[in-house]
Design a protein. Structure first.
Ligand code: THU
Length: 133
């Protein structure tokens, strides 16, 4: 693992502390890196209307996109899971939309797994599939 990837994991761990999780008590942190090295952190934010909950990964992506960023290379995800934390299906689709290719999964016990989005979401639906879009 590179120093840059370790820094991304560290940031995901840091912002995980901000997770708003009164319902699940399952805190997730994510940190997204742009191709020019900027880092955007995100945590999960739950809601009493449960489906309104936003995952940590999407918080990070939406923060970055709303700050004018479009070119990403990696995201780190951290939670207290038995195995390195995998992004949910909805987040995989959002990561595909913005071409986040490297997925760094980590758990609080310190295990890390690095994968590509193509491995996690083969055959993703994309803007190329929309003929009249
Ligand atoms: N969660 C994430 O933040 N990221 C994921 O990829 C999986 C799930 C959050 C959503 C909810 O707040 C809690 O974890 C339990 O599902």
């Amino acid at each position: 693992m590179t120093e840059e990837d370790q820094a991304l994991i560290d940031e995901a761990k840091r912002v995980r502390e901000f997770a708003y999780v009164p319902y699940s008590h399952f805190a997730v942190g994510a940190a997204l890196r742009t191709k020019d090295g900027k880092i955007f952190g995100g945590c999960n934010i739950e809601n009493s209307s449960f489906p309104m909950t936003v995952c940590a990964e999407r918080t990070a992506v939406y923060k970055a996109v709303s700050a004018g960023e479009r070119d990403f290379d990696a995201i780190a995800v951290v939670a207290d899971t038995p195995e390195p934390t995998r992004p949910c299906g909805s987040c995989r689709q959002v990561l595909a939309e913005f071409g986040v290719s490297k997925i760094i999964m980590h758990n609080v016990s310190g295990e890390t797994e690095i994968s590509t989005l193509k491995e996690l979401l083969p055959g993703a639906f994309s803007k190329d599939d929309i003929i009249d879009g």
